[in-house]
Each structure stands twice: as structure tokens, then as C-alpha cells.
Design a protein around this ligand. Structure first.
Ligand code: PEP
Ligand code: MG
Length: 311
């Protein structure tokens, strides 16, 4: 009956045998939650904050940010809200930063790197998140994008804690970070894998280049391999490792990710019912078997086919 209920599209994220996989939402502002049924949703796994910074000549001040975060947090009476600090750069240029043109913007000053020269932007944002977090019963976590080294991760977590934010993590978007995930987990509380960027940097394929879709495919075994390493590091340390890129929205890939050891999947509200239903159709042992099959292949199409013929 429980299995039928889950397959019917209700309940928290679970495999057929009850192994929990938190299903969470990716949002870009409070407006994205309008009309969304939040029952059985574990919270927000990725709150992109760029919307506050777009189309302006000055950064939003503390008060404006507090108001925007408070509005979004108010929609949750429980659960976790993972707020990502400003991710500006190549694919998200922000005029107020006045960053110089770069020949390779995807490899330039983006994400957390902006804080090297403009630490006050990060400080104001962390302070605003901390103030808004005090006003909600939900658990507010904070994470940084585009982190490459453990030192960057540790520095970010230290800054977050300075502002009273107890749970600080980083996105895994750079292969260097994925390879060192276990050591990152000594200095941060959780990891969230941004597969959109992690594919771009792992396969060396511009995420905006439509002609390279085959390389950017989240089924690429190299990407799955890195995800598996991060998940294993999470398991060994007892810390949370989630996926918040587009990969998490693919219902066929969800059991593979669960089988690799991922315990949180964050996606657009639209994608969530199919992912929930797919997880509910597989036991954890099924998921592990599918993950092993996918890892034994050599390209994305082969990985997908291997999983399709196993299910
Ligand atoms: C990602 O890179 O997978 C991610 C979730 O972040 P964004 O798409 O905002 O770069
Ligand atoms: Mg990203």
C-alpha cells in the first residue's frame, strides 16, 4: 500500500523499500513557489539569488536583501532552505560588478571568486541571509558557487559562521573540487553538486554551446563517476551530498543518482512528481545495480541504454 501511495505521486522522496531521498526545489525567487504544493517537499535545495542583483548599477543593500529573503523563507514552516550566494560571471554577467572583459569568462572571475576583490558583497549577503533566517522556523543553509579548493571552501564556511550561519557548504561544480570532496567535508557541512557546471568543466564543453549537447549530457560516465566519488565521501563523513543541477530533474537518472549514494535531489517544481514516482519504483538495491551498470559504460547514450534495458 505504501508503495502504491508513493507511486501515486504523494509522500516524501523514497525508494520502493523506503530509503529516503530528499526531494527539494530549485527557485530563483519567492514567485517561483506560487501555486506549488509544498506538502512532502523537503525544502529548497537551490535558491539562486542572482535575481536581486540583475539589471542594476549598485548592489542591493542589506535591507532590500533581508526583505527578499524573508519573503521567500516565509513560505516554509519547516524543512531546509539552501541559499546560494551570488553566482555572477560568464553566463550571468552583472553590470554593477564592473568586471573587466575576459577572454575566457567561464574560467575567469565568477561565483565565489568575485569575493576576492569584493568581499563586502559577500559579507552583506551573508548578513542579510542570517537576519532573514532568524525569522523562519525552516533551517537555512548557505552555500557558495564555483569553488575550486578546500581553502576557498573553508574560508567561505568561516565567513558564514562569522554571521551566525551554522550550516555552510559549497557547490561542487569544478572537477578539482569533486576529486577532493572528502577533504572538503572536513571544513564544510555539506556539498551540493551543480551538474550543469560540473559537466561543462569536466567535459571541457561550453554549457551554452547547443552543438555540444552530447558532451554536456548528464549521463556522461565521467560525470557520474565524479558524482559517485562525492556521494561516497558524504557517506563516509555522514554529511549530506545532493545534486541540484539539471541531472536531478531526469526521472530515469534519479535512481542512478540514489544508487551512487546521493541523498538529496533538487529540481524545478515541474520535474518533481516524475522523479518521486521513478524513485518509488526501485529499491535501493535496484538503484545501486543501475548505478553500477551506468558506470560500466563509455558514453552517455550507452549509459542511458544500459539503465533502460535493466529497468
Ligand atoms: C549548476 O551549475 O548545475 C547549477 C545548479 O548552478 P547554475 O545552473 O545556476 O550555474
Ligand atoms: Mg552552476
Amino acid at each position: 500500500a505504501e508503495r502504491a501511495r508513493l507511486a501515486g505521486g504523494k509522500g516524501p522522496g523514497r525508494t520502493a523499500d523506503g530509503h529516503p531521498v530528499d526531494l527539494m526545489l530549485n527557485i530563483g525567487s519567492a514567485a517561483d513557489l506560487a501555486g506549488v504544493d509544498l506538502t512532502d517537499v523537503a525544502g529548497v535545495g537551490l535558491f539562486r539569488t542572482e535575481f536581486l542583483f540583475l539589471d542594476r548599477h549598485d548592489a542591493p543593500d542589506l535591507e532590500e536583501q533581508v526583505a527578499a529573503y524573508t519573503e521567500a523563507f516565509a513560505l516554509f514552516e519547516r524543512g531546509t532552505i539552501v541559499v546560494r550566494t551570488l553566482d555572477a560571471g560568464a553566463d550571468k554577467p552583472l553590470p554593477f560588478l564592473g568586471l573587466p572583459d575576459e577572454p575566457n569568462p567561464a574560467l575567469g572571475v565568477r561565483g565565489l571568486r568575485v569575493a576576492r576583490d569584493r568581499p563586502e558583497i559577500l559579507a552583506t549577503q551573508l548578513e542579510a541571509i542570517a537576519i532573514a533566517a532568524e525569522r523562519t522556523p525552516a533551517d537555512v543553509w548557505v552555500m557558495a558557487p564555483m569553488v575550486s579548493t578546500r581553502a576557498e571552501a573553508g574560508e567561505f564556511a568561516a565567513r558564514a559562521r562569522d554571521h551566525g550561519l551554522a550550516t555552510a557548504g559549497v557547490m561542487i561544480e569544478v572537477p578539482a573540487a569533486a576529486l577532493r570532496a572528502a577533504r572538503f567535508l572536513n571544513v564544510v557541512d555539506f556539498l551540493s553538486i551543480g551538474t550543469n557546471d560540473l559537466s561543462q568543466y569536466t567535459l571541457a564543453a561550453d554549457r551554452q554551446a547547443g552543438g555540444l549537447a552530447d558532451l554536456l549530457d548528464p549521463w556522461q560516465p565521467a560525470l557520474l563517476d565524479l558524482i559517485g566519488r562525492c556521494a561516497a565521501a558524504g557517506k563516509a563523513s555522514g554529511r549530506s551530498v545532493g545534486v541540484c543541477g539539471e541531472a536531478a530533474a531526469d526521472p530515469l537518472l534519479a535512481p542512478v543518482l540514489a544508487g551512487l549514494g546521493i541523498t538529496k535531489l533538487s529540481m524545478s517544481p515541474r520535474a518533481l512528481p516524475a522523479v518521486r514516482a521513478s524513485l518509488a519504483e526501485h529499491t535501493l538495491a535496484d538503484c545501486e545495480r543501475l548505478a553500477a551498470r551506468a558506470l560500466e559504460t563509455d558514453d552517455a547514450a550507452e549509459a542511458r541504454a544500459a539503465v533502460l534495458t535493466t529497468t
